[in-house]
Design a protein around this ligand. Structure first.
Ligand code: TXA
Ligand code: MG
Length: 323
């Protein structure tokens, strides 16, 4: 069954079409990365500005040199340790990488995903697959095939269903195109793990770093206003909110009794579990007809950095909330 689906997906990619596929992070909206017309269709389907670069997915690290040049020893060490896996490397683009992929920049983002369906697709296709997250521009990334359908129904030729994504948030992005490696987007591969592998510090992005839309302050947002609140603000919430106003809550604790106007989702208490469920939870709460989504702030520890990053961006798109 899967073999037939993969063969169909490869035919579609070769013909310049779009295939959504699961990765361990989130679902991607894929096109043949060497075909500028096909890559152009991604932008149209997402409603995304043409100047935003997309990540090229490869089947194995050995393909690196077909896409990038001047690859540092550090970048190779990162590839060796974390690929296949949820890490994207920004490197100097090689000859023949279409502008449609790089957004006209002199760098290219590369990643070898670990998900078995992504691996099967990449092996069968042979080449690079350009793929951003398979959502409309600025919205939550999809972590199930059903999310992709809800976002992009009709705009994609085939959706490969690989179930729920095990990591649940987008890959860590490290810019290795200049002397000092820079963390452009935190993720499951932590800054500490990167620094340990490189034997040097990894900087936070500065004003000179390349623009990445994942770093726009308001990104990854549900339609319902979202506010990050301290754990203490959730105590007494049932009485502080009006019984006529429905309020959505994403917290690591159990819901209070007798608060039918609160739509309360209890999230896993560990950072990996919280991240895995995060976008599905936010989609669920977004559909609950509430005036606001209150999200309990994660603990101030480095292993929560990636979750805090996504939540902060989701909240940045919302007007300030009282609660
Ligand atoms: O986990 C992921 O990375 C998922 C899966 C599908 O692989 N993909 C993903 O793609 O999140 P997207 O396009 O939604 O986010 C990729 C980010 C964007 O912010 C983009 O600007 C940045 O990577 N990016 C890609 N190529 C770049 C480049 N050459 N220089 C700087 N940023 C780049
Ligand atoms: Mg995205």
């Amino acid at each position: 069954m899967l073999e037939r689906e993969i063969a169909r997906a490869v035919d579609i990619l070769r013909a310049g079409g779009l295939v959504a596929f699961p990765t361990e992070t989130v679902y991607g909206l894929g096109a043949d990365a060497r075909n500028p017309d096909a890559v152009g269709k991604i932008f149209a389907a997402k409603g995304r500005p043409q100047t935003h670069p997309v990540i090229v997915h490869l089947g194995q690290a050995a393909q690196l040199d077909a896409w990038a040049v001047e690859i540092s020893a550090g970048a190779r060490r990162l590839a060796e340790r974390f690929w296949p896996g949820p890490l994207t490397l920004i490197l100097r683009r090689g000859p023949g990488v279409p502008d449609a992929v790089t957004g006209g920049q002199d760098t290219v983002g590369l990643r070898v995903p670990a998900h078995p369906v992504a691996q099967a697709l990449l092996k069968a296709f042979g080449g690079g697959i350009a793929a951003p997250s398979a959502n409309r521009f600025g919205r939550l990334s999809p972590t199930t095939a059903q999310h992709v359908e809800a976002e992009l129904d009709g705009a994609v030729d085939l959706i490969l269903d690989g179930g729920a994504c095990p990591v649940g948030i987008e890959s860590t992005i490290v810019d290795c195109s200049s002397e000092r490696p820079t963390l452009l987007r935190p993720g499951h591969v932590t800054r500490e793990a990167l620094e340990e592998t490189l034997g040097m510090t990894v900087e936070a992005p500065g004003p000179g770093s390349p623009r990445a839309p994942g770093r726009l302050p308001a990104h990854y947002a549900p339609a319902t206003p979202l506010a990050l609140v301290d754990s203490s603000a959730l105590v007494g919430l049932p009485t502080r909110t009006s019984a006529t106003e429905r309020v959505a809550v994403l917290a690591r604790s159990d819901p209070p009794p007798d608060a039918p106007h609160l739509v309360w989702v209890k999230a896993p208490e560990d950072p990996a579990g919280f991240a895995r469920e995060l976008y599905a939870h936010l989609r669920q709460l977004d559909r609950a007809g509430c005036s606001v989504i209150l999200v309990e702030k994660p603990p101030p520890a480095p292993e929560w950095d990636a979750v805090l990053d996504r939540l902060t961006r989701a909240a940045a798109g919302s007007p300030p909330q009282a609660a």
